[in-house]
Ligand binder design. Structure first.
Ligand SMILES: [Zn+2]
Ligand SMILES: [Zn+2]
Length: 740
């Protein structure tokens, strides 16, 4: 028996977390955390989630819960509610905000076996009067009259746009009766007999054995599966999933972007059939909640989904797989800024399940965790197919003749490779990175790029101000008159468009089928699917694309992969630029030679000696990451230090700057008191993109090796939020940020 409950309203109330309500006696024996209720809030009523019980009533009037929707099963299961609490604590937000994000604002009611049937027939006069006075009821009556057996399920009535209030009024008149309908049979929860899985290589078998041991023993281990591209990581986790199902445990498979990984969803479905649910942002609210219910009820035991699927209510969760765990797409970049990969580890721990992070190029964070013994490292060093990894050729762009002052990207080497590939009938992927791009200056003679002496990130070129700026610490200076390294007279601003490359290639190869896939091209309805279909079918000879084409597309006909200008991603002003570049290069290289014909890879750059490029040429991930981790340790970047980014934005540029300076000043004083070093508070500085949709942004970056004082600083910043709001400045707190 509980007299008081705490409720998270949906949607959350700004700057408020939970509200306390009284539980009417009739509900007190049944109400439980995770259940949905209807509560009064201000002058309205709202749906809310019960998060727990309150011991003491708050001061003032305490209102009562009006209705309980879920009984006896809570809508949000206990381990998911626990994950939400963890998320709120870690990401410095409210539990109400987390719940509002995962449950969405309007949750369609759980379909019941309730239905409506015509009852006592009204007289014609009564019906005519109804038509005049109560149009909605009249319409509801007519809809029901036209239904088979004059009966409709509650869901079908809602679908037909019949108002619930109208039905209630008709029930009150006795013209409609509430009936119980036979339930549609649920799909079977027994996994169907799987098709015989392919035979595994010894390395795959070792990895599977390690996972299955932990699943069977319910040990809840944590693994990093490092397998080169094409090494058959998927087969490993499918085998582990089969073992989990056999042990009557549920499975959650996270993918970075479901739109790009339908292939994986299809493979999982082919293996496990009807028991698979797929969650992604392309689902409408109704489909989404239909899937949620299938998962909640246990009729779907395997869930494949993007980011937010980490909150899926999988029953008896036994295995969590994070595919392509290094992918930045796991980081949610608006609203609730969480990292689904990190939450997956927590989710598995709370459920007592096994977690596997899989990648050809694990993130520095996960690799270090494996070195520290926090993950068990499993390795797949070979491809099971006849073809080894394709050779990678680095094309040095330094000191080449210019084309109207621009670097000449269609080099002789590229032309020769492309023409050869066209002659052999192979497909070519031409890749140009645009993610996180900010204009930088680079020396065309030696490839040197000015970087911040304090933060080691590439300086961003602000043309209007005529200055190079570090967007972490705001170090700024005029561009040097000559390259500091080789003395060549001028640095150049770089920026190339995919559209421009596509046009050039079309002009050079009029007989080839050239296509382009980037964010612009994908915006036309259906365009992305059409472009990819033609690409998969082998109708496209040359596909020019951005990161959209770099992952998840196994096209057998691709025998040449080209990275037009690797420097574009090397010079992203981010401490992860080197790691991201290597991941990208290996990913792109992995696209070539997946079929019967051998592949080749061409990477063009002004910095051929950069560790990311030399490592990519040797397919040497471990060599790269070892050096990269050393660099991070020296510079004090993650995983050896933690970052929290505080982004302030508003329409009044001066007000935002003033607020940012004030906040940074205050935090700096606190940092000194807490014994943190001088550079624990960096900035305020304008981020690479200063103005987004008319709002000016400034950033303060918190960085420290010692986590508790860092988190105390971040909480102090969060506490300043009401005051900032009064100044019309918005604060976004980003814990473990990915884009800065
Ligand atoms: Zn130079
Ligand atoms: Zn700096």
């Amino acid at each position: 028996m509980h007299g008081l409950v705490e409720i998270a309203p949906l949607p959350a109330v700004p700057l408020h977390d939970l509200f306390t309500y009284r539980v009417p006696d009739a509900l007190s024996a049944r109400i439980a955390p995770g259940m949905r209720v209807r509560v009064p809030l201000g002058k309205q009523t709202r749906t809310g989630i019960v998060t727990g019980y309150a011991e003491q009533p708050p001061p003032g009037e305490v209102r009562s819960v009006l209705e309980l929707f879920d009984d006896p099963e809570p809508f949000v299961p206990t381990d998911v509610l626990e994950l939400c609490r963890w998320t709120a604590r870690y990401y410095l937000t409210s539990l109400a905000d987390v719940l509002a994000t995962i449950v969405a604002t309007r949750v369609p009611p759980t379909p019941s076996d309730r239905g409506f049937r015509l009852g006592r027939r009204p007289t014609d006069a009564e019906l005519a009067a109804l038509g005049r006075r109560a149009r909605a009821q009249h319409r509801a009556y007519r809809v029901l009259e036209a239904a088979p057996d004059a009966t409709l399920s509650a869901a079908a009535a809602e679908e037909a746009g019949v108002a619930a209030t109208a039905l209630r009024a008709l029930v009150a008149k006795g013209w409609v009766e509430v009936v119980r309908l036979a339930r549609a049979p649920e799909p079977t929860s027994e996994p169907p007999a799987p098709p015989a899985p392919p035979s595994l290589t010894p390395a795959q078998q070792r990895a599977v054995d390690a996972l299955v041991d932990d699943i069977d023993a319910a040990r809840g281990g944590s693994f990093l599966l490092h397998g080169i591209t094409g090494s058959g990581k998927t087969e490993v986790f499918l085998a582990a999933a089969a073992a989990a199902l056999a042990a009557d445990r549920g499975v959650l498979v996270l993918v970075p972007e479901i739109a790009l990984t339908h292939q994986l969803a299809d493979r999982v479905r082919a293996r496990f059939g009807e028991t698979v649910a797929v969650l992604h942002s392309g689902l409408g609210p109704r489909e989404r909640w239909a899937e949620w219910r299938r998962i909640r009820s246990g009729s779907a035991r395997v869930v494949v989904g993007a980011r937010s699927a980490v909150f899926a209510p999988v029953r008896r969760l036994g295995l969590v797989v994070v595919d392509e765990e290094h992918d930045a797409a796991y980081k949610q970049e608006d609203g609730l800024r969480y990292n689904a990969r990190d939450l997956a580890v927590v989710r598995a721990r709370l459920a007592g399940g096994v977690v596997v992070l899989a990648s050809a190029t694990p993130s520095a964070e996960s690799y270090q965790a494996a070195l520290d013994g926090r993950h068990t490292l499993l390795e797949l060093p070979e491809r099971p197919t006849a073809h080894p990894l394709p050779p990678v050729t680095i094309v040095d762009l330094r000191g080449r003749p210019r084309e109207r002052g621009k670097p000449q990207l269609l080099t002789d080497e590229l032309r020769a490779a492309l023409e050869g590939n066209l002659e052999r009938g192979g497909q070519t992927l031409v890749f140009l990175n645009r993610r996180g791009f900010a204009t930088y200056l680079q020396c065309p003679g030696c490839g040197d790029t000015p970087a911040c002496p304090g933060c080691s990130v590439v300086l961003t070129w602000h043309r209007s101000a005529g200055a190079l700026v570090c967007h972490h610490c705001r170090h700024h200076r005029r561009p040097p008159a000559a390259c500091a390294t080789c003395g060549m007279t001028s640095l150049e601003a770089f920026g190339v468009g995919t559209e421009q490359i596509e046009a050039t290639l079309r002009a050079c190869y009029p007989l080839a089928a050239v296509d382009r896939l980037d964010r612009d091209a994908a915006q036309r309805p259906g365009a992305q699917r059409r472009i990819l279909q033609a690409w998969h079918a082998g109708e496209t000879d040359i596909l020019v694309g951005t990161q959209m084409v770099s992952k998840g597309h196994d096209v057998a006909g691709v025998t040449l992969a080209v990275v037009l200008l690797a420097d574009l991603s090397l010079n992203v002003p981010d401490f992860r630029a080197g790691e991201r570049t290597l991941q990208l290069l290996i990913q792109v290289a992995g696209r070539a030679g997946r079929g019967d014909a051998a592949g080749q890879v061409l990477v063009q750059t002004l910095r051929p000696e950069h560790p990311s490029l030399t490592a990519a040429a040797r397919h040497d991930y471990v060599g790269f990451i070892t050096g990269e981790l050393e660099r991070r340790r020296t510079l004090g970047y993650p995983p050896f230090a933690r970052l929290v980014s505080l982004r302030l934005d508003g329409r009044d540029g001066a007000a935002v700057e003033r607020a940012a300076r004030e906040l940074a000043g205050r935090l700096r004083r606190r940092a000194r008191e807490a014994g943190l070093s001088e550079d624990a508070v960096l900035g305020p500085a304008p981020p690479p993109i200063e103005r987004v949709r008319g709002r000016v942004r400034w950033q303060v970056l918190l960085r420290a090796r010692n986590v508790p004082p860092l988190r105390a600083l971040a909480r102090a910043a969060r506490a300043a939020e009401p005051e900032l709001r009064r100044q019309r400045v918005r604060l976004v707190v980003d814990v473990d940020p990915y884009s800065m």
